[in-house]
Design a protein around this ligand. Structure first.
Ligand SMILES: Cc1cc2nc3c(=O)[nH]c(=O)nc-3n(C[C@H](O)[C@H](O)[C@H](O)COP(=O)(O)OP(=O)(O)OC[C@H]3O[C@@H](n4cnc5c(N)ncnc54)[C@H](O)[C@@H]3O)c2cc1C
Length: 364
């Protein structure tokens, strides 16, 4: 749909006083920021509004461990991983000050898992069975360690903020502005904001992270079947050595990540608590969280397990298919982008590119 036509038609139906934009991106986490960036690059003339009820990068992105692993359990996720890896490499090359940190990686799994690992890890990751583990981490009997290339981790909120700063020259970024209603009409999508303002957007990208059940879009998102899960990681009170690699424990879907700039390691493990409310997020770690995570870590790094007394806890959106959801909803003007199953940082560039594909701009 041509942007000029969209604007004119929407203005007619919305009345002269209502503000009209070509695209509104709702949610300024890593997914929303990258999507807004992608749209402004594809359509330099379009008016783009990026809205968040909080500060940019203040949702799941703020709590993220930000690890990029060069793997995917399905062909679609591997393709998205490859895309995102290339994207982040180029972004970092062009903006070396971004808080993105290349890190070595070891993968610990049963020796018999090697064929699956070879299929899950990208060929360019160069999976090789020579992985030396960092000090304090041991290999239980029957397990092997492999080395892979191409991993990095990021301060995800820092990346989102830097992207938003750049975006401000070509788009409008509004913080502390909550979206209260989204209605897909014949001539555009009507938005009502917490500030009392009403506006019309030709297209909307919904990038709400774990806020799937916000009143503004609950009915729109219900058919997706996506759910919210608690995500927690412990901080290991131990300083990493220079060059220490991250270690992925395949069997438990857990990992150890050195964070030298924060002065500690992080241990991410899989929590199975479903449907927390992101407006009433878990109030810190529980004794159960600590116990559960330490039990897993103790198998590989007993001394580190004793050094875990704090961490980070929030929630994230899960699709139920293992693949992110990027889909046009209802009449087609609203696109949902997210539900990346705890991999929303590493897959965000590919999610953003797909969301922009679905914007279906015609040249006006
Ligand atoms: C502890 C933890 C560790 C993680 N580790 C990793 C990892 O190692 N690697 C990885 O790839 N992923 C990881 N993730 C997942 C990843 O961080 C998330 O998937 C990703 O940050 C989601 O980004 P997003 O932009 O979709 O959502 P968010 O960052 O949550 O952004 C959504 C935004 O929408 C805004 N919003 C919500 N409702 C409204 C409204 N009504 N009006 C306006 N704005 C609204 C929110 O304020 C928020 O800023 C982790 C997550 C957690 C919690």
């Amino acid at each position: 749909m041509g942007t000029t036509r969209t604007r004119a038609r929407a203005r007619e139906s919305a009345g002269a006083s209502a503000r009209v934009v070509d695209v509104a991106v709702l949610g300024a986490g890593i997914v929303g920021c990258l999507t807004a960036r992608e749209i402004t690059r594809r359509r330099p003339g379009a008016s783009v509004l990026l809205l968040d009820r909080d500060l940019v990068g203040g949702g799941a992105s703020l709590r993220s461990a930000g690890l990029h692993t060069p793997r995917g359990a399905t062909p679609a996720v591997r393709e998205m991983t490859r895309f995102s890896q290339r994207f982040y490499t180029e972004l970092h090359r062009d903006h070396p000050a971004l808080p993105l940190h290349p890190v070595g990686m070891r993968v610990v799994a049963a020796s018999s898992d090697e064929p699956r690992l070879r299929s899950d890890y990208l060929a360019e990751a160069g999976l090789a069975g020579t992985g030396e583990l960092p000090g304090g981490v041991r290999l239980p009997d029957g397990l092997s360690a492999w080395a892979v290339r191409g991993s990095h981790y990021a301060d995800v909120a820092g990346v989102a903020r830097a992207l938003a700063a750049e975006l401000r020259t070509v788009a409008e970024v509004r913080e502390a502005v909550r979206v209260e209603a989204v209605a897909d009409g014949c001539d555009g999508v009507a938005l009502r904001l917490g500030t009392g303002e009403e506006l019309t957007a030709g297209r909307v990208v919904l990038a709400p992270g774990p806020w799937l059940t916000a009143a503004a879009w609950r009915p729109l998102l219900a058919p997706l079947g996506a759910r919210v899960k608690k995500v927690a990681a412990l901080h290991v009170n131990r300083r990493p050595e220079p060059g220490d690699p991250a270690v992925v424990f395949e069997r438990e879907d857990a990992f150890l990540l050195p964070l030298p700039e924060r002065g500690h390691w992080l241990f991410s493990y899989t929590c199975q608590e479903w449907d927390p409310d992101p407006d009433r997020p878990p109030d810190g770690l529980t004794g159960h969280d600590l116990h559960e995570a330490r039990e897993v870590l103790r198998r590989y790094a007993p001394a580190m397990a004793d050094d875990c007394t704090s961490g980070r806890v929030f929630c994230d959106a899960y699709s139920g298919t293992g693949e992110p959801v990027v889909r046009a909803l209802g009449g087609g003007r609203v696109v949902f982008a997210g539900a990346a199953n705890g991999s929303g940082y590493r897959l965000a560039p590919a999610i953003a590119a797909r969301a922009a594909d679905l914007m279906e701009f015609e040249r006006s």
